[in-house]
Design a protein around this ligand. Structure first.
Ligand SMILES: [Zn+2]
Ligand SMILES: [Zn+2]
Length: 337
């Protein structure tokens, strides 16, 4: 493990690393994450007016997006990923539909489902299972680790069980990583992970403040994880899901891509043996080895089509962005290993 402190400097960045860039590459992730968490904590400390937590969280989120868009231009990890891939609007449309669906689901659950299930503040059947007497930071850490267990398995089954992978493949079909594809999830995929990851916490009696903190941590880490910025991590990658780890997860090679399932923290990847972080540059040629259509509307319908129909469409309409031609190359590499 200690070897991750002296990793090859060529693993990230576009190759002209100067001493200043090298130092900054260690600073960006902890600096941005700390600022975002600090601003969110400040919002929660001011309960009056009641919109302050929302205002501060959204302010921190906007600050993170603007900072990362700037850093992606100035300090990219992959130069090739700064070129347009024709998927920006599809990414934004998936982000909006996924976020909209999960917001509705959370609201319905909070105001109707959880209360009916729990009979009030005691959580599921009023059993008082949630450690609500703990300090808020302890409850948030507990919520992150506990929900991660469910998120881990939601994510892992989305890779290993074909009918669920059909939906998750939309997220993996992009040929580059940058902050705009952070929210690129088929809305069914989002519903699947939120039902498994967050609703159990509400049913156990976690307060809305805890759930909002979990949402904030997930939003910040998710945005950082997909960014195309020259960053280095060391021990941070032992705890949190970082871009370094997630780039392996987007690999076309199954032995790299079916790894690093953690959404926020990596503890369950260590427990279940799926942690992956070799000391070499993660693949530049990422994506999936099967067809995915180009437009948002087609991508929404795609997972519902039969295999036969998908094959008919794929052979008649080669995608411009999912690099099908390179698949044979990847398969050849895989079989050579
Ligand atoms: Zn995945
Ligand atoms: Zn991803």
């Amino acid at each position: 493990m200690l070897s991750s402190l002296k990793r090859n400097p060529d693993n990230t960045g576009v190759g002209q690393t100067t001493p200043v860039r090298y130092i900054l590459s260690w600073v960006w992730w902890p600096l941005l994450f700390t600022i975002c968490m600090g601003v969110t904590a400040f919002g929660f400390s001011i309960k009056d007016p009641a919109y302050m937590p929302y205002l501060c969280f959204n302010g921190a989120y906007a600050f993170l997006i603007i900072s990362l868009l700037f850093l992606e231009r100035k300090f990219p990890h992959e130069a090739k990923w700064t070129e347009p891939d024709g998927q920006t609007w599809a990414n934004i449309a998936h982000t909006l539909t996924s976020k909209g669906t999960t917001q509705v689901l959370l609201a319905v659950n909070t105001y109707i489902g959880a209360n009916m299930l729990s009979g009030g503040e005691g959580g599921l059947l009023g059993m008082h299972l949630w450690p609500s007497h703990w300090p808020m930071w302890g409850q948030v850490v507990f919520a992150v680790v506990a929900s991660e267990f469910m998120l881990y398995w939601a994510h892992r089954t989305a890779h290993e069980i074909m009918p669920i992978w059909r939906f998750h493949a939309v997220h993996h079909s992009v040929g580059k990583l940058w902050i705009v594809n952070t929210g690129r999830f088929h809305f069914i995929d989002s519903v699947y992970s939120i039902v498994l990851g967050i609703l159990p916490l509400i049913a156990l009696g976690a307060s809305m403040e805890v759930v909002m903190w979990l949402g904030a941590v997930t939003a910040f880490i998710g945005m950082l994880t997909h960014c195309n910025v020259e960053m280095r991590f060391g021990p941070i990658s032992w705890i949190f899901n970082t871009p370094e780890l997630h780039r392996w997860h987007h690999s076309k090679r199954l032995r790299e891509g079916n790894m690093n399932y953690g959404e926020n923290v990596m503890c369950w990847d260590f427990v279940f043996g799926t942690y992956f972080n070799e000391d070499r540059r993660p693949p530049k040629n990422i994506g999936i080895t099967t067809h995915m259509p180009d437009t948002f509307k087609e991508q929404i319908v795609w997972p519902f089509l039969s295999k036969r129909r998908q094959n008919e469409i794929a052979s008649a309409y080669p995608s411009t962005f999912s690099a099908n031609k390179k698949n044979h190359q990847v398969e050849a590499i895989e079989s050579a290993e």
